[in-house]
Design a protein around this ligand. Structure first.
Ligand SMILES: *Cc1c(COP(=O)(O)O)cnc(C)c1O
Length: 390
């Protein structure tokens, strides 16, 4: 049986998969089980930060696997401690909790907000977290409840209580949604799954000021925007805000499952022994991969990300069938005349793997994608986007 046939028979049908089975990759190239080559403009949904099979990354992870792949969090391990230190030093945050995914990093952030609130105002007195319509925070129950996309809630009632939604970009709507039952605001700075919608800096700064004025926690979901994706290590740096908590995952370990919740001064002491935990969270092999990724995310690579953003926008601007682009750094949404899904399917058939987000084509290439591959991939996208259907 082929991989596809086996998967279709035995895997739960939770994904509308592209009809391709990948076997290996190198940098921003991928190969499928028939030997066909692809240019990767999606990097596993912003996961493979340095591309596939990066030498330095694979060496760092392999060395750790041979030394100590796992130890319980009842003990100390070097890579976890070093990674927490590096993340705090580079963000100005104070403490870190490690988990295995974006949803778990957000789950931890949500639990922290509720515990912070209970400690200050009394158990369960001010539990409400205000998030944004069109946001995406994960698939576990709490993070799904925080996700402002009603369609994703369908069939899963009852949803956990204590979440409320405001319209992105509308500070008056946010003001109207905040009352004395609230403890925190939780947002993405660029809504990824929601269609690559960039929040206006003016709105975000007004929101940060409002949260401060009301004494609420400001929590930023950087699961997708973190780890250099937007051209700075974290997107919040570009907004001039000081969050009380930041979550990240996807690109953090460059291809291995790792989530992190970063705490600022107000939240650093909230979680105490026994109040939260994870068996695999902060696994030494994943942390070794993340330490390597962080060591590569220097100012040279980050400015390359910003330059590639400009290059992509200039290359696509005015091309037939391309209506515009949104995003920051190498997280881009492209509005197209033809349906995005159709474009993604045709690009894949022509050897270019890219993604969609809502009605847009979505580009999330590896941060170190070589310019010649980027140019070639965009060339195919432009031809497909501009093709008239017969
Ligand atoms: C992908 C994503 C998540 C969920 O991450 P998982 O690792 O799939 O649990 C949460 N928030 C944002 C902004 C994401 O892009």
């Amino acid at each position: 049986m082929t991989t596809q046939a086996t998967a279709d028979q035995y895997l739960a049908a939770t994904y509308a998969r592209f009809p391709v089975a990948f076997t290996h990759g190198a940098g921003s190239l991928l190969w499928d089980d028939e030997g066909k080559e692809y240019i990767d403009l999606g990097s596993g949904i912003a996961v493979n930060t340095l591309g596939l099979a990066d030498e330095g990354w694979a060496d760092a992870v392999s060395a750790q696997l041979r030394a100590l792949a796992h130890a319980s969090n009842l003990y100390y391990t070097g890579p976890q401690a070093q990674l927490a230190k590096a993340l705090c030093e580079r963000t100005g945050m104070s403490k870190v909790f490690f988990s295995n995914s974006g949803a778990e990093a957000n789950e931890c952030m949500i639990k922290t907000a509720r515990k912070w609130s209970s400690d200050r105002f009394g158990e369960g007195k001010r539990p409400v977290i205000v998030a944004l319509e069109g946001g995406f925070h994960g698939r576990t129950y709490a993070t799904l409840a925080a996700t402002g996309q009603p369609a994703l809630h369908e069939g899963f009632a009852p949803m956990p209580a204590g979440f409320r939604f405001a319209k992105p970009g509308d500070i008056e709507d946010m003001r109207a949604k905040l009352d004395d039952s609230c403890c925190a605001v939780m947002i993405e700075l660029v809504q990824g799954e929601g269609g690559v919608n960039v929040l206006e800096p003016g709105y975000v700064r007004a929101l940060a000021a409002l949260a401060k004025e009301r004494g609420l926690l400001l929590m930023i979901d950087e699961v997708q925007t973190g780890n250099g994706r937007t051209g700075t290590l974290f997107a919040f740096e570009q907004y001039g805000i000081a969050p009380d908590a930041v979550s990240t995952a996807k690109g953090l370990a460059g291809g291995l499952p790792l989530g992190a919740t970063l705490f600022g001064a107000r939240t650093a002491g909230v979680l105490t022994a026994g109040s939260h935990g994870s068996t695999f969270g902060g696994n030494p092999a994943c942390c070794a991969g993340a330490l390597h990724v962080l060591s590569r995310l220097d100012e040279a690579l980050l400015s390359e990300v910003r330059e590639k953003h400009e290059y992509i926008c200039a290359s696509l601007e005015g091309a037939p069938g391309i209506l515009g682009s949104t995003g920051l750094g190498l997280m881009l949404g492209i509005a197209t005349a033809r349906p995005a899904k159709e474009i993604a399917n045709e690009c894949l058939a022509r050897g270019v793997a890219l993604l969609t987000a809502k009605e847009k084509v979505r580009l999330l290439p590896a941060l170190n994608i070589p310019m010649d591959l980027l140019e070639k991939g965009l060339g195919v996208l432009k031809e497909v986007a501009g093709a008239h259907r017969l």
